[in-house]
Design a protein around this ligand. Sequence first.
Ligand code: NBY
Length: 830
Amino acid sequence: EVGYDGNGGTKMFDLMDGFLRNDPMSLQKDVLHHVEYTVARSRFSFDDFEAYQALSHSVRDRLIERWHDTQQHFKKKDPKRLYFLSLEFLMGRSLSNSVINLGIRDQCAEAVNQLGFEYEVLAEQEGDAALGNGGLARLSACQMDSLATLDYPAWGYGLRYQYGLFRQIILDGFQHEQPDYWLNFGNPWEIERVHVSYPVKFYGTVKDEDVNGKKCKVWIPKETVEAVAYDNPIPGYGTRNTINLRLWAAKPSDANDIQESYNTGDYINAIVNRQKAEIISNVLYPDDRSYQGKELRLKQQYFFVSASLQDIIRRFKDVHGNFDDFPDKVALQLNDTHPSISIAELMRVLLDEEHLGWKRSWNIVSKVFSFTTHTVLPEALEKVPADLLENVLPRHLQIIYEINHAFMEELKKKIGQDYARLSRMSIVEEGAVKNIRVANLSVYCSHTVNGVSRAHSELIKTRVFTDFYELWPEKFQYKTNGVTQRRWIVVSNPSLCSLITKWLGTESWIRNIDLLARLREYATNSDLQQEWRMVKKINKMRLAEYIETMSGVKVSVDAMFDVQIKRIHAYKRQLLNILGVIHRYDCIKNMDENERKNVVPRVCIIGGKAPPGYEIAKKIIKLCHAVAETINNDSDVGDLLKLVFIPDYNVSVAELVIPGSDLSQHISTAGHEASGTGSMKFLMNGCLLLATDDGSTNEIIEEIGAENMFIFGAKINEVPALREKDSNVKAPLQFARVVRMVRDGYFGYKDYFNSLCDTVENGKDFYLVGSDFASYLEAQAAADKAYVDKDKWTEMSILCTAGSGRFSSDRTIEDYAAQTWGIEPCKCPF
Ligand code: NBY
């Protein structure tokens, strides 16, 4: 185990020659060194940002040492490795996370303190690495942290976008998007590997050729782009293991034609064209709901998949001569369908480059992939137009057709001539436009398929992939999501972290989350309760300060902080929340002095980004601002109710908001949220949940108890019948009233919100906002009532944290390792 010296330092390394030391003096020396030689500033004059850079480089040096040792150890042991393929990773900030996982936070703070800097201020200098959209991407980041901490021999692979998720700017209440050129000031957390690069090819034709007397297909591509590796070390907590997240950047390839130019213009044009190669890794697609059959998107997918597989195969071949061992050494995890072209690519490499023949190649391919789906809606499943694929990757289309042919033959043997079913299950969708159903390809070719919560996995079996499930039930698993307590408690809520450690008498819970359950014993202890409230108050004060800076609204920390932060979507029902706020406002306005004394003051906080082309989501943001403007400026209401929109929601904003929340809302229409992971972060931070029975909610109920939560709304199985009812019949009167206020321009912008209101009235109300309204208000009233009894509320809050253990990504990763990937820990010795 780790040799901590009690101050978080790592005594054992300090005794070892050659390693960097972690005492404050050594760290300070390194910081000054980097100020002078890396940042190139005078050690007598540098600002907060430069100090952040120098400190980051000092931490990075320590990461590199561990990274080297870990890679060397993996190489020596040659265990089965996991390769986690994902087009998105939402890493957020690295400094604060790294110093915690390395166990050197206090030493760093002391080191910079003596130089006249404040550690917290330096950590704030860092911008977020936002190479992803939402839950799926942050889940990847949490899972990387757990893989490292649990000593698994794992690698992450992805794309190094130059522009991450757009920054959200609010002007007059409307969302505007600003490009996130996050690499502007350099990125000390990555290591450019100019020597690790692979050519990736596109377009061209396929020819038949004779290779050693055998008929072969040969792809003759037309364009080559170079993929260059950027390594991002991922340190485990309380272990020396530091794994790698390898992100690929597109660079022009020298392999493209050397040409003779006849004039300067030609020469200049040739270079301009060459530079276009970099477009591939330029920008992250900001849409988290629908797949668009765009050429650039397909090229991004193939680019990262091809480079990753070349890297993986090279590593395998370094040690192994026989590809039949491949499935014993390699697990390939598909994070949603986005990397699924890797199935055809691996098949192509084995067939066309390694010449293993179809049967042998397929035997290998069918044993290495596992597939996680993060969606519920069949219509959200990715499809690629066949002609697009044919143009960009002609050989891959052939291979997919061939896989499908074999698949259909196999199916006919199993189910006979049931053509309706065969056509539903086919990887190729016939029709006016021929499409490749990437999800069907992934399900058929993967050895396991899983949803991200128990309820979601059931939906997958009964609604999404029913035909597949009936034939191969053993393929289907469920893996409930989790989040890492390192970032979501230790980094973001240091006061709560110390309090938990104090009451448990150990900090082992940071690696062994099950220990949190022992807090249950003290849930009614008045000393703990008092300290618990104190911690919440500190975090609420920090949040209140932030709210005032960002939105100019002064809020009282005595009010209940009620939060909904996540991407904006119709199904997540931010509209239900806002209409609820309007109802609350309307009620307060109609109360007399005496009645107002019983109102529990609330600060309603909403934050999130709308996909740029999603009109309804953008109108929800505008509505929130319009309502906030009216309420917050109504002196008649004062501190009884405030509504604030937090702009530019991202990982580091979440780190600030979640610890300061009393109540959080997870109110999607039942059957639509695959899992939800925000709820788990709130839970860990002792924040009560107001939620529908969707995604992972019912698993949370099992751990926390429904009596400690506010559950409301239609159940999954009730939704279809409710949808059939007319929206005006199923909604209560109060609902019609608040919608009318919006339509009539009570909050300004008369008629502007009509299209938004139409989604919940005068029709089907697809997401059941009206029909869940009454039970939503009841749940909110129950929350008010509970908040008044401070001791009871605190007890519930403690029970939330105590019951959150099952929702650590450590548990998720242990499940995947044992049940899906078949990998074992490979711990790097000191
Ligand atoms: O994945 C989310 C789910 O909505 C949420 O319920 C779940 O907890 C989380 C982790 O499993 N899905 C998600 O975040 N999806 C995306 O961000 C996304 C991104 C891109 C595309 C589709 C979905 N795309 O088609 O390009």
